[in-house]
Write a protein that binds this ligand. Structure first.
Ligand code: ADP
Ligand code: MG
Length: 731
């Protein structure tokens, strides 16, 4: 019996209830138990210092160096009281993952005298060796100096892993020369840019605010499967996806998984990682089964974008770790299984003021929608102008497998606004005036139920960028991605368009901006809205984004349809991109990011190609040949027993030939892939990534098809890899 069958046989026997030891309270008291919260700061620090930190948290003030030691002492005391032994600056280099280097609190005054030490200097700044982090050519290996600096916008937290507890200080990361080496600095800078543009807008429309920032609510999709089965699949272990796998006879066609009852074992896992998330101050709120079998979603309540992103990175890590404890594997890859839905990370994005006014909620300021209409027009224009850049911002090797696939938004970026807003914008385009956005309509279902309010928009699940009543949902981001780059781009392009519109509106006001009447302001605004709405009209689409008709229509409208990410990455060196990043990243820094993205793409695809070939040669082919040997032996016996003319007309003889052809076909495809890959590896960086994204991914697909066909032919007992039906349905 092969090892796959042994695991399947034993699955039910093992005590799967071991996870019950993981039950902990999850309530208002445990929320934020492991973060150095405002409440703690207020309790432990003098008033002036506390205020300084609060201002630093909203990006309006630096931490005063003279306060750093006092703050560090309070943090150390708190961390030690929870059993922390180490501290670490926690940052997000351009690897896409988070990074940490731990230092022990204990320090040696003399070789035999030990104390717990953590001071202001250690809190504010760290110095990891930057040479092994990607810099895209900005740094050479011998130029190692890089710094991390505390980013007070995100809370300091205690991270439990194994038996260790580490104090983590969210940080930014840059080189000795001041070059940006992480994903957070651009995000923080972009927030400042959108803040300035939005304050200009609010001032013009007579709304008061101190500052504006971007908010983010991230819906995280993922798959969970049994770990023992996953461990039998080197592709899942190394890549988090299956490179082979024939479709399960039952897939997602019955749609019985979506919002279905969550299985006990999965619920225990969800409960455990959510409990840990709550302790870390991550506001997880919603959980449910997704459309594909074994697919689920978790969504925290939205927060300031920087905090939401840090939390998302931590949440993904918690999910991976918790799954392991529960004998499960959490797959965050965008397309773990072919033929069923992939996983995204929907970015719900909005802008709000320090008073909590949501600039994208048309009903937030009654009788005054002008700021909303200007912002909306700016967003449409921004997405229209920079749709290729947005495509690049969500690009990765793994997301390429998802975009355009089952239920995934296509690679064409368009915006869905819903009927109410469409009518309103049409009115503006045609008449130069607007009625106010219809306030919420009530449904009458003819039943004795409480009134249900109708949102201003229906949903369009197929749109990559949809307005959903008081926020935009950017659905193209992949499940494994760090959302920082996408949000940075979004903030920057919207700020650019907003400033463009405001320049023209202010010009129309001829300088009498201060003593204008509402009518005068509307007069100045409307022609600008008309102009930009007409200009960007091509980006608006209400229909089915998955349809063939849309592909054609989008092409007619001149919207880019960039199927593969490397092609999209080239936009990073386009002058339009350089301009929009003006105050955020230099041309050189952008170029370095482009190089890193291209390089990563190639590495990912190359690993995948190597793995496919190895799996084929060492697992698939031996199994297929073994089965063929069985067939051949049995046929020889039949042949002996029958007259020659009788044997040749048997179905079995035809079957042997058919099976042999299938093996030959697979071997031929493997050779082609091998050859193509060898050629590609000798190409320069950009061409190499392009070649991997096109020809090689094509060849990989070809081999996959041939192997999947073999899977449906080979004796089930001989097949070494757990099958889709086992991976997807057996938890
Ligand atoms: P869906 O029904 O599409 O799953 P929800 O209304 O449940 O959407 O919200 C999805 C995510 O959007 C959640 O993380 C939620 O907190 C977030 N969200 C809600 N309002 C806003 C907003 N104004 N800005 C940003 N995100 C928001
Ligand atoms: Mg959702």
């Amino acid at each position: 019996m092969n090892i796959r069958s042994t695991i399947l046989k034993d699955m039910g026997k093992e005590n799967r209830l071991a996870y019950q030891s993981d039950i902990r309270p999850m309530n208002s008291e445990t929320f934020g138990k492991y973060i150095f919260s405002r409440e703690l700061m207020q309790k432990m620090l003098p008033r002036d210092i506390y205020k300084n930190i609060l201002n630093a948290m909203s990006g309006r003030e630096k931490i005063k160096p003279e306060y750093a030691d006092t703050i560090a002492v309070a943090i150390k005391e708190w961390a030690l009281s929870h059993g922390a032994t180490h501290y670490s600056h926690w940052f997000q280099p351009l690897t896409g993952a988070s990074a940490e280097k731990h230092d022990a609190f204990i320090d040696w005054n003399t070789p035999d005298k030990v104390i717990e030490k953590f001071n202001g200097k250690q809190l504010l700044q760290g110095e990891p060796d930057a040479s092994s982090f990607p810099s895209g050519g900005l740094r050479s290996t011998y130029e190692a100096r890089g710094y991390t600096g505390w980013d007070p916008a995100s809370p300091i937290f205690l991270w439990k892993a194994g038996d260790g507890i580490t104090l983590c200080i969210p940080s930014v990361f840059f080189s000795w020369t001041g070059d940006v080496l992480d994903s957070k600095i651009p995000l923080l800078r972009s927030d400042r840019t959108i803040d300035q543009a939005a304050l200009r807008l609010l001032k013009l429309t007579g709304i008061s605010a101190h500052y504006v920032f971007s908010n983010l609510g991230l819906e995280q999709e993922y798959f969970v499967i049994d770990r023992a089965l996953r461990n039998l699949r080197p592709d899942l272990v190394l890549l988090g996806k299956t490179v082979f796998g024939a479709p399960s006879p039952k897939g997602q066609e019955l749609q019985d998984h979506y919002f279905g009852a969550v299985k006990d074992r999965i619920l225990a896992f969800m409960q455990a990682f959510e409990t840990s998330a709550i302790e870390l101050g991550i506001p997880v709120k919603t959980r449910h089964n997704e459309v594909a079998p074994a697919q689920h979603e978790v969504a925290p309540v939205f927060e300031k974008a920087t905090a939401a992103i840090d939390h998302n990175i931590l949440l993904m890590e918690l999910m991976r770790q918790t799954a392991q404890k529960h004998g499960l594997a959490c797959l965050l890859h965008e397309k773990p299984f072919a033929g069923i839905n992939g996983s995204g990370k929907h970015c719900n994005w909005s802008l709000s003021t320090d008073d909590g006014l949501n600039l994208l909620d048309p009903t937030d300021v009654p009788h005054n929608n002008l700021h909303f209409l200007i912002l909306l027009t700016a967003i449409l224009h921004a997405v229209y102008q920079h749709s290729a850049l947005l495509r690049a911002s969500i690009g990765s090797a793994s997301n390429d497998y998802r975009l355009g696939g089952h239920e995934a938004p296509p690679a064409i970026v368009s915006v869905y606004l819903g009927q109410a807003l469409e009518s309103l914008l049409e009115e503006i385009e045609n008449k130069g005036s607007s009625s106010s956005v219809a306030s919420k309509v009530r449904y009458d279902l003819g039943l004795e139920l409480p009134d249900l309010s109708k949102d201003n928009t229906d949903r369009n699940r197929t749109s990559p960028f949809a307005f959903t009543g008081n926020k935009f949902e950017f659905r193209a981001l992949g499940s494994s991605a760090n959302p920082a780059f996408a949000v940075t781009v979004l903030n920057l392009i919207v700020a650019e368009s907003l400033n463009m519109l405001l320049d023209e509106i202010e010009a129309n006001l001829n300088g009498d901006a201060l003593q204008r009447s509402p009518e005068r302001l509307t007069q100045a605004v409307m022609p600008v809205l008309q102009k930009y709405l007409k200009l960007s009209k091509g980006i608006r689409f209400m229909g089915d984004n998955y349809s063939e008709a849309w592909l054609k229509e989008a092409q007619k409208r001149g919207l880019p349809n960039i199927k593969r990410s490397p092609e999209a990455f080239l936009i990073l060196s386009n002058p339009k991109t350089v301009k929009v990043f003006e105050k955020t990243l230099t041309e050189q820094e952008l170029k370095s990011r482009q190089d890193i993205l291209l390089e990563h793409y190639t590495h990912h695809m190359n690993i995948e190609a190597n793995l496919i070939l190895e799996l084929f040669k060492t697992q698939i082919l031996p199994a297929a040949i073994e089965y063929q040997t069985h067939l051949a032996t049995s046929f020889l016996q039949i042949k002996d027993a029958l007259a020659p003319h009788q044997f040749h007309s048997t179905k079995q003889a035809a079957y042997l030939k058919h099976f042999n052809d299938a093996i030959e076909e697979a071997m031929r495809k493997a050779d082609e892939l091998e050859k193509e890959k060898k050629e590609a590896l000798s190409l320069p960086n950009t061409e190499k990534a392009l070649r991997f994204s096109e020809q090689i991914s094509h060849k990989m697909e070809g081999l996959r098809e041939a192997v999947d066909r073999l899977e449906t032919l080979v004796d089930d007992q001989l097949w070494p890899l757990p099958k889709y039906r086992e991976l997807l349905f057996m938890v």
